[in-house]
Design a protein around this ligand. Sequence first.
Ligand code: SF4
Length: 355
Amino acid sequence: MQDTLTRLGATTVAATSVRTDWTRDEIAALFDLPFTELLFRAAEVHRAHHHAGEVQLCTLLSIKTGGCPEDCGYCSQSIKADSGVEATKLMEVQKVLQSAAQAKDNGSKRFCMGAAWRNPKERDMPAIIAMIKGVREMGMETCMTLGMLTPGQAAQLAEAGLDYYNHNIDTSPERYEEVITTRTFADRLQTLDNVRSAGINVCSGGIVGMGETRADRVGFVHALATLEQHPESVPVNALVPIKGTVLGDMLADTPLAKIDDIEFVRTVAVARITMPLSMVRLSAGRESMSEATQALCFMAGANSIFTGDKLLTAANAGDDADAAMFARLGLKPMEGEEPMRAMKAVGGCSGGCAA
Ligand code: SF4
């Protein structure tokens, strides 16, 4: 381990390099660093690639809630959960566009639309395509999360102009089947590949605090950081335990299984160091974090958040609380282009090369 640490120390000044050949030992060694040292290194990498005082604002809307046939143990929208979430139909296009306009007024640059599906049906595609086109016409970036996609569906979404597709790997490959049994980790990677091949930017991260081990968190970051090309966006969620879900009920009985704030910040920092160009997004769980913890996350390289009062079915911090926090921390909403997309625009490295 000492050799690994020495090697990491020797390469830390080369904060500009992007690698996809990370080993689990290297990532474990980063997690093991003294906290302040880890934060310093992450901040160094962050400043080499991003404007450290800027945070991207995104808004997430549930366009089809509940009744999902998948059995994700953390999710209140699964038909297996006894959470009281009622299934709705796909929202009308016009209503989605009204929400997008409101998000734009509140400063959001990206509008993310999520549907509780295993995969979209062909009959849903025309409405989905109309939503993408409508939001883009407002001058916002679009992101969709609709479950698994075939190559043909990914191509249809790309053709409509979809900027990003979110498909989280959730956790480590080893832990996956303890959290979800209705699909495999390989299914997840296949959809990510279909999205990437269609030319859509990839948003993929996961959830920590699901009672997993440090080794699982290492495996989770490793799986993302060794993709052929890093995701442009990496959401890091802290589990919001919801009564009636498998994990919510399990963690209610064993509160110590919940991740602590310092370990959450460590995960953000390791994601930042291993995926220097990606946007690292604080997602679910932010509402219950103190401002001090969020500030540590921004110091560790998080540079994107979801705004608004709701994240699908979970509570979120709310626009007023975020505006007040930004004022206190001296942060500004991000205006410019993301590093990976800016490089693509000029035909440069798209973040996946090992150079
Ligand atoms: S996380 Fe998504 S796929 Fe899983 S049950 Fe919830 S809505 Fe369905």
